[in-house]
Design a protein around this ligand. Structure first.
Ligand SMILES: [Zn+2]
Ligand SMILES: [Zn+2]
Length: 401
């Protein structure tokens, strides 16, 4: 792991940024409840003389670093929320909040962006405005959308927006990115099959919703294999089936719940319409009925070609060509930064977090994977991530004179 052209003040600031990262790790907060986190972020920015806007998306914070006279602007975004799960590490900075944990590394994302903000405010070699965006509620809350609904891009007009996520399993300090779809759209469904309850010994007097639900779940499995293009990827998983309360009762209804993922809105449209048709017609064939609910959560995350090429050059300049994979495999995970990329051009990248060798004594025995109770962000990445943000902003807002 190396930085080709390290920025001395960022290296000198490493221990302070690491301390902030660990403090935030020890005090995780969930979707839209990130009040302490928001106070820490806004407090640091203000302490460093950076004006802030607060309250976008409830607990969002935006720092404004302006220099020169250009109206051009770039947005750099970090997510700030934690997950509702119990940490099993017991090193010094382990979570002090029962049942809550920074298991996705958003504590590290905050720290890397704070490190960049600190440097950019003191050594501004650019012409324009850098907005550092600290966004709440990435983990299912759609905080990106909420910040936008509250006027993020109107109050902070910017030409492009960039995001970054640590990526366990990829070599520490390497970058992964790809133009086009990089993360999936995530959606959920809840389908209630309404039959007619009866004594289990008299099935002919009822309409068994369990049999109908099973038929529907089975038939849905033909959508990906028979209706979707074999050259495109998608997932339809039934993850819950609920029905019944006794061995001798045919219940009134049965519920199917699950998730649908894909890399284009057209694919999700296709899957939703086929699911509904199969559910309704299968139910009709058994004289049952369905209540079909399909909820769109996050759209697919689509990196813009021009900004991705631009960001990739910056990554190469920071860590060297060999450490940048510009055709990284997309993932079926989802990410609400996708909303921002629907509104503004930009690019989202993965920063390798390594395999967990960085973890200190006292870490849990599980793998250092995202959403694992043994996970911890790799502090060695702090200067690399901060340097990427700084070089990206400087290059994007290059003085033209
Ligand atoms: Zn996560
Ligand atoms: Zn995350």
């Amino acid at each position: 792991m190396q930085i080709l052209d390290p920025i001395d003040p960022i290296l000198a600031f490493h221990s302070e940024i690491q301390q902030i990262r660990r403090d935030i790790h020890a005090h995780p907060e969930l979707c839209f409840e990130e009040h302490r986190t928001s106070d820490v972020v806004a407090g640091k920015l203000q302490e460093w003389g950076i004006p802030v806007i607060r309250g976008l998306g409830t607990t969002g914070v935006v720092g404004i670093i302006k220099h020169g006279s250009s109206s051009r602007a770039i947005g750099l975004r970090a997510d700030i929320d934690a997950l509702p799960m119990q940490e099993i590490n017991n090193f010094a900075h382990t979570s002090k909040h029962e049942g809550k944990m920074h298991a996705c590394g958003h504590d590290g994302h905050i720290a890397m962006l704070l490190g960049a903000a600190h440097y950019l405010s003191r050594h501004p070699v650019f012409d324009g405005t850098v907005y550092v965006i600290f966004q709440p509620a990435e983990e299912g809350g759609g905080g990106a959308k909420r910040m936008m609904d509250d006027g993020l891009f109107e109050q902070c007009p910017m030409d492009a927006v960039f995001g970054m996520h640590n990526w366990p399993g990829a070599a520490a300090g390497s970058f992964g990115v790809t133009a086009g779809p990089m993360m999936a759209s995530s959606n959920e469904f809840e389908v209630i099959v309404k039959g007619k309850g009866a004594h289990a010994a008299q099935p002919h007097k009822g309409i068994d919703p369990i049999i109908v639900a099973i038929q529907i779940a089975q038939s849905w499995q033909t959508i990906i294999s028979r209706n979707a293009s074999p050259l495109e990827s998608a997932v339809l998983s039934v993850t819950q089936i609920h029905s019944g309360s006794a061995t001798n009762v045919i219940p009134d209804d049965a519920t199917l719940i699950g998730t649908v993922r894909g890399f284009s809105t057209e694919m999700i449209d296709l899957i939703e319409s086929r699911m509904q048709k199969i559910a309704e017609h299968t139910a009709a064939a058994f004289d049952a009925q369905v209540d079909f609910k399909f909820k769109r959560n996050y759209p697919p995350l689509i990196n813009h070609a021009r900004e991705t090429a631009f960001a990739t050059e910056v990554m190469r300049s920071v860590v060297g060509e060999a450490q940048v994979n510009d055709k990284v495999e997309p993932t079926m995970g989802a990410e609400d930064f996708a909303f921002m990329l629907q509104a503004k051009p930009g690019c989202y990248v993965f920063l390798g977090n390594g395999d967990g060798e960085h973890r200190e004594m006292g870490h849990g025995l599980g793998p250092c994977n995202l959403h694992n109770p043994s996970y911890d962000f790799n502090d060695d990445l702090l200067p690399i991530g901060a340097t990427y943000w700084v070089r990206l902003a400087e290059a994007y807002l290059k003085k033209t004179i």
